[in-house]
Design a protein around this ligand. Structure first.
Ligand code: BYC
Ligand code: FE
Ligand code: FE
Length: 473
């Protein structure tokens, strides 16, 4: 089998010998990384997965049983459409198909940062197959994992094709860093957090993959056409990751609410389900961590990237002024130890502007979770903490805020922390519930079944097959 058979693509890989050689050298390293750091066990099982085989609506969602190491990680760019730059100093000029010399460093940094998150998330989730609450969830996490693997391929393709030797070195380095490793950590904060219980996985795919949605959206406006087209296609896959997260948390909430109402003392833990208060603490943790991923409120990096037309805003088409020059933005900033409203040049506030979109999207999710809770009849509601709560990046870092956004002193924060964030005994309890359920159509005690199967499959569909003698080793 030739490499072009193994790597479905629409970048005419077959005719670019140099790119092909670079990818052929990288691929075995990727596979050995996948074997070492990808899903633990299950490498020989047949998993019912969706593979992108072309960018046409009919071709990109192809479902079949496949062993994960044989998954065909493809390279796809959405078709070139309107190739005019939509924002920044170069708005209105044609997009670039090569990297402009002066933007090389910044572009490479953005691509590497994006690329680094993809394998990081696979590493964070690697043991979860061992404790999947159902075959449905097992299949879904593997779908997410192989797609994050493909996102890594997408960024590595750009590094190899457009950044020469530096790009090849960065592509190797993407396989060398390790999530949570004190010596060679992943680049961004959240991607070094432990994600080793399923409630954390559902929170991660709700809140952290959603950072992916907005960052990819901003990159999909890029004047560098290959980056814009690669990220646009990645966004189509992202929707499924967000679906896993939102519906996953919703199913946990439903189960928890039902059990809580049945017990005279409202005790859910007694029945092997997660109590609502603990779920709220997980929300507080993952939402605040993911807010940090947007960077500082005031950022010259963000301003420079926008000016250079390489990273735009979410859905730039909604804005009237695509240069954002001479405009101001008002935002809360810490000044002399107090929260103060400040007016700043729009371009310097672009991280915050993207975070605003993210916050709105998270609020919509929260509203849907609360609608599900209301349906069960319980009066408990979940909330998002204030965006100043537990921040480690930006203007609020180093200050203590309560979840309502009130500035408090460190001692008060420390005294209340166990009420707001998961404690080691909460984690211990949640982990104690993580027992695998591999029987088709059955679900663990702490989660409700999904509303429907994957692509309309029946409730007892064997999404992961255990009929191979080496399976799940
Ligand atoms: N942790 O001016 P600042 C996804 C660094 S998720 C650690 O505030 P800037 C996915 C920053 O790098 C999407 N470091 O920020 C989800 C800079 O360092 P240098 C990922 C941080 O540069 C789930 C310094 O602090 N994609 O796809 O304006 C599963 C000062 O930076 C953090 C992207 O992020 C942090 N939280 O913006 C799988 C898009 N925040 O350069 C996948 C590409 C900031 O001075 N990245 N720093 O050494 C970017 O656009 C920007 O790099 C950032 C930061 C938005 C991350
Ligand atoms: Fe991704
Ligand atoms: Fe994702």
């Amino acid at each position: 089998m030739t490499l072009t058979d193994q790597i479905p693509n629409n970048v005419d890989l077959g005719s670019d010998r140099k790119l092909m050689r670079a990818l052929m050298r990288w691929q075995p390293n990727f596979l050995s990384w996948w074997r070492d750091m990808g899903p633990e066990g299950f490498q020989e099982n047949q998993v019912w997965l969706r593979t992108a085989v072309s960018v046409e609506p009919s071709g990109w969602a192809h479902y079949d049983y496949v062993r994960m190491p044989e998954y065909r990680w493809g390279i796809f760019l959405t078709p070139a459409e309107n190739d005019v730059i939509t924002f920044g100093d170069h708005a209105g000029e044609p997009k670039w198909n090569e990297v402009p010399g002066e933007l090389r460093g910044v572009l490479r940094r953005l691509i590497v940062t994006q690329g680094d998150t993809e394998p990081a998330s696979v590493e964070q989730q690697r043991t979860l197959g061992r404790t999947a609450p159902s075959l449905y969830d097992l299949r879904n996490i593997f779908q997410v994992n192989v797609e994050e693997g493909r996102h890594l391929w997408a960024m590595v393709h750009l590094l190899h094709q457009y950044f020469g030797r530096d790009g090849r070195e960065e592509a190797e380095a993407l396989l060398m860093r390790r999530s949570g490793d004190p010596d060679t950590p992943r680049i961004l904060s959240t991607f070094n957090e432990r994600t080793d219980d399923w409630l954390s996985f559902f929170m991660f795919t709700t809140f952290t993959d959603r950072d992916g949605k907005f960052q990819l959206s901003a990159l999909s406006e890029s004047g560098f056409a290959p980056l814009a087209r690669a990220t646009k296609f990645m966004l189509t896959e992202e929707a499924f990751h967000l679906f896993c997260g939102e519906t996953g948390v919703e199913r946990v909430l439903r189960k928890s609410a039902e059990v809580t109402m049945q017990d005279p003392n409202g005790d859910a833990r007694k029945y092997g389900t997660i109590d609502l208060h603990t779920i709220q603490k997980y929300i507080n943790f993952w939402y605040s961590s993911s807010l940090d991923l947007f960077g500082s409120e005031l950022s010259t990096n963000a301003a420079d990237c926008f000016a250079a037309s390489i990273k735009g805003r979410h859905r730039e088409d909604r804005y009237e002024d695509h240069k954002a020059l001479g405009q101001i933005y008002t935002l809360p900033m810490m000044e002399n130890g107090k929260v103060t409203m400040r007016e700043v040049p729009m371009r310097t506030a672009l991280n915050e502007i993207l975070r605003d979109e993210y916050v709105k999207d998270c609020e919509r999710v929260c509203t849907r979770w609360n609608a599900a809770l209301a349906e069960t009849g319980i009066d408990f509601r979940v909330t998002l903490p204030s965006r100043s709560f537990r921040r480690t990046v930006g203007t609020f870092a180093g200050y203590s805020f309560d979840p309502q956004g009130k500035l408090i002193d460190d001692a008060t924060y420390r005294a209340k922390q166990d009420d707001w964030l998961p404690t080691s005994s909460d984690y211990e309890f949640v982990r104690s519930l993580m027992k695998p359920v591999y029987e088709p159509g059955k679900y663990a005690s702490w989660i409700a079944p999904p509303q429907k199967g994957v692509k309309g499959q029946p409730a007892d569909y064997p999404y992961v097959r255990f009929d191979n003698e080496h399976a799940a080793e």
